[in-house]
Design a protein around this ligand. Structure first.
Ligand SMILES: NC(=O)c1ccc[n+]([C@@H]2O[C@H](COP(=O)([O-])OP(=O)(O)OC[C@H]3O[C@@H](n4cnc5c(N)ncnc54)[C@H](OP(=O)(O)O)[C@@H]3O)[C@@H](O)[C@H]2O)c1
Length: 449
C-alpha cells in the first residue's frame, strides 16, 4: 500500500479526523484495483460460459489515479461487493466491456479518461470522500458515503423525469471505468448517498446495486408498483436481487412465493419471514424438453404448486431475471391481468413464451433496469431506517476478488458477497452501535450460511 494510501486509511480508522484534515491528505499517484485487460478479451474464446473462470481474467494491480473533473468525487473505498455484472465483465460476456468504455470515451474530453486498456470494475462502494470537483457543494472531504451506480450526463430532455431514460445512461464500474473494487474510486457526486451509520463498511457496500434494482422493479411506479396483498413470485429469492425483493414484498404487505434451489436457501427465506417457498431443484422442474422446445406441462405443474401454496391464487407479479430458462413459465403462471417484470436474462437473453397466455389473459411484461436517482436514494433510505437489511453472507479480501466472482458465477453463494478494499478486517465503520444492536439479528441473517 502506498504511503499516502496508508495515511488515508489511518485518518478513516481514527474515527474522529476533522473534515479539513481529509481535504489536506495527499492523494496517491496510483492505487490498488481489480481490473480486466483489453488484450485478454479473447482469452476464453470457444469455452462455454460456465467454464470461463473469473480467477484467470481478474487482476489486482496498481493503476494511475484519474484526474478529478467537475461534478465528480474521489472516494477512499473501504469495501465493495460482487455483482453479477462483475461476472459478466470477467468472462467478457455478452460483449467485452471495453466496447462500452470506447463509446463513453467519445462523449467528451472528460469522458475520454475512461477509455483505457484496463477496466477498473465494481458497481458498489462504502467509503469516505477525499476530494470533490468544481460545482460539488453538497458533499465534502470526510463524508462517509455509499455510492449508487447510475452514471448519467443529463444534457438531454429525455432523462429529466426519470434519470434512467437519459440517453447517456451508464452503470458505473461496468460501462464506465474507475469502479468500486479498488482502494480509490471516481464517481459523479450525485451518485453519493449517506452511509447508514449502523452498518459496517462491508455491510453498507453490499445492498447498493441490487437493492435499488429490486426497488424499481418491484415497488416503484416505473416497475410493478406492488401493493399490499399482491402475490409476488420471486425467482432466486435468496440471491442478490431476490433477497431484497423478498424483504420488500414482506415489508410492503405482499405475499412472496420464493423460488430457490436448495433446503439451505429455503431456510434463509424462512429466516427473512417468507412462508411460501418452492425448492425448484427438489421439484425437478424441466421447463425445456430440449434446446428448442419448452414443456407446457411443466409450466402447469409449477403453476399448480404455486396455487397449492397460495390457496389457489396466481401471482400478481412475477419478479423475473433468470430469463430464457424460466420466462415461458413466468408468463404462464402470472395471474390474469398480472405483470411479469424483468431486469435480466442470466440463463439466456432470447426468451420465448406462448403469447396466447399473455394477450388472452391481459398480462403485461415490463422491462426494468437499475433505478433512477430518486429510486436509488429511496432504496438506500430503507436500509438506513433499518426497514431493509443487507444480505451479506461472506467477505473476501481485494486480492481474492477473482474467487469471490467465481463463487457468484457458479451460484455457490447466498445473498451478497462482499469485498474488503481498504478495510483491513470485517466489522469496522459502525457509528451508531445502539441502532445496530437493535437490528443485529436481521443484519446477520445471511452471515456464514
Ligand atoms: N438490470 C439491472 O439493473 C440488474 C441489476 C442487478 C442484477 N441484474 C442481473 O440479474 C441477474 C441476477 O442477479 P443477482 O445479483 O440476483 O444474481 P445472484 O446473486 O446470482 O442470484 C440469482 C439467483 O437466481 C437463481 N437462478 C440462477 N439461474 C437460474 C435459472 N436458470 N433458473 C432459475 N433460477 C435461477 C439462483 O437462485 P436458486 O439457484 O436458489 O434458484 C440465484 O441465486 C444477473 O443476470 C444480473 O446481471 C440486473
Amino acid at each position: 500500500m502506498q504511503h499516502e494510501t496508508a495515511e488515508i486509511l489511518a485518518a478513516i480508522q481514527a474515527g474522529d479526523t476533522p473534515a479539513s484534515d481529509f481535504a489536506h491528505l495527499k492523494l496517491p499517484d496510483s492505487y490498488r484495483a481489480v481490473t480486466v485487460h483489453a488484450d485478454e478479451a479473447e482469452m476464453f474464446a470457444g469455452l462455454a460460459s460456465r467454464d470461463k473462470d473469473p480467477r484467470r481474467s481478474l487482476h489486482v494491480e496498481d493503476v494511475a489515479t484519474p484526474e478529478l473533473g467537475p461534478g465528480e468525487a474521489i472516494v477512499a473505498v473501504m469495501a465493495s461487493a460482487i455483482n453479477y455484472n462483475s461476472v459478466w465483465t470477467s468472462i467478457f460476456e455478452p460483449v467485452s466491456t471495453f466496447s462500452f468504455l470506447k463509446r463513453y470515451g467519445k462523449v467528451s474530453e472528460l469522458t475520454r479518461r475512461h477509455d483505457l486498456p484496463y477496466h477498473v470494475i465494481g458497481s458498489d462502494l462504502a467509503g469516505v470522500v477525499l476530494r470533490t470537483g468544481p460545482g460539488v457543494n453538497k458533499w465534502k472531504a470526510g463524508d462517509e458515503v455509499v455510492a449508487h451506480c447510475l452514471s448519467v450526463e443529463l444534457e438531454d430532455a429525455e432523462g429529466h423525469d426519470d434519470t434512467m431514460l437519459d440517453p447517456q445512461q451508464r452503470i458505473w464500474g461496468f460501462e464506465t471505468n474507475f469502479g468500486g473494487l479498488a482502494h480509490l474510486a471516481l464517481v459523479k457526486a450525485n451518485q453519493l448517498m449517506p452511509k447508514p451509520a449502523h452498518l459496517t463498511w462491508e455491510e453498507a457496500a453490499s445492498p447498493g446495486l441490487v437493492n435499488s434494482t429490486a426497488y424499481r422493479q418491484l415497488v416503484s411506479k416505473n416497475g410493478a408498483a406492488m401493493k399490499q396483498g399482491d402475490v409476488v413470485l420471486i425467482w432466486g429469492a435468496s440471491g442478490g436481487l431476490g433477497s431484497y425483493a423478498t424483504q420488500m414484498a414482506l415489508n410492503g404487505g405482499a405475499i412472496p412465493v420464493c423460488v430457490v434451489s436448495s433446503p439451505d436457501k429455503a431456510e434463509i427465506c424462512r429466516a427473512m419471514g417468507a412462508e411460501l417457498i418452492i425448492d425448484r431443484a427438489a421439484e425437478g422442474y424441466r421447463f425445456w424438453k430440449n434446446e428448442d422446445e419448452q414443456d407446457p406441462r411443466e409450466w402447469q405443474r409449477f403453476g399448480s404448486k404455486i396455487r397449492e401454496l397460495t390457496g389457489g391464487e396466481d401471482p400478481d407479479i412475477v419478479f423475473e431475471h433468470p430469463g430464457r430458462e424460466t420466462f415461458g413459465a413466468s408468463v404462464y403462471v402470472a395471474k390474469r391481468g398480472g405483470q411479469i417484470v424483468t431486469c435480466a436474462s442470466t440463463s439466456g437473453f432470447i426468451h420465448s413464451y406462448d403469447n396466447r397466455y399473455l394477450w388472452m389473459n391481459l398480462k403485461r411484461i415490463i422491462g426494468s433496469h437499475f433505478a433512477n436517482y430518486r429510486e436509488a436514494w429511496e432504496a438506500n433510505r430503507l436500509i438506513d431506517k433499518g426497514m431493509i437489511h443487507p444480505t451479506l453472507s461472506k467477505s473476501y479480501a481485494l486480492e481474492e476478488t477473482g474467487q469471490a466472482a467465481y463463487d457468484v458465477h457458479k451460484n455457490l453463494h447466498q445473498g451478497k458477497v462482499g469485498v474488503l478494499c481498504l478495510a483491513p478486517e470485517e466489522g469496522l465503520g459502525v457509528r451508531d452501535a445502539a441502532k445496530r444492536e437493535r437490528l443485529l439479528p436481521a443484519i446477520n441473517r445471511f452471515r456464514n450460511v
